[in-house]
Design a protein around this ligand. Sequence first.
Ligand SMILES: CC(C)(COP(=O)(O)OP(=O)(O)OC[C@H]1O[C@@H](n2cnc3c(N)ncnc32)[C@H](O)[C@@H]1OP(=O)(O)O)[C@@H](O)C(=O)NCCC(=O)NCCS
Length: 143
Amino acid sequence: MIRYFLEKDFESIYSLGNELSSSFSKTNKLNEIYKDSFHRILVYEKENKVIGFLMYIELTDTVDILDIIVQKEYRNQNVASCLIDYMISDLEDTVKLITLEVRKNNNPAINLYKKFGFEIINIRKKYYANGEDGYLMGRVIER
Ligand SMILES: CC(C)(COP(=O)(O)OP(=O)(O)OC[C@H]1O[C@@H](n2cnc3c(N)ncnc32)[C@H](O)[C@@H]1OP(=O)(O)O)[C@@H](O)C(=O)NCCC(=O)NCCS
């Protein structure tokens, strides 16, 4: 089941997010995100457990995907695809573009985004704290 996050999910989201980046819980204050009207987090719940989430910012005409992560045991079972499908189907009609940054060597994520029609728009040199390059990817939403 996919739904927007609730306060009861904070712990699971922090725990998954910290696998993606050790600073996740420091840089993402979920209690603030919960109240702010631009951030959205979709969670994928299975047997009462959050096994993945997708965090993004939705502005009037643009969406920026911030993080997507699926618990290791549940990868390659379409969980991330379902989260992206849900997000796209629930966007306001005014949204025209979705963007995101991804590490240049993160093939699973790059393939996932390509599957959803995202294209590499630019290289962001040394975008990540460890000096790694990133790709800016984007997808225009046709209405
Ligand atoms: C990237 C990630 C979210 C994908 O989640 P997932 O639920 O396994 O993805 P799905 O099962 O929906 O797969 C969708 C597509 O992604 C690609 N993909 C997923 N895992 C892959 C892998 N290990 N290698 C190559 N491509 C992969 C494939 O194109 C796949 O489509 P296909 O099944 O038709 O081949 C997951 O690997 C993850 O949590 N990684 C760690 C966090 C991360 O790097 N997030 C991205 C930050 S920008």
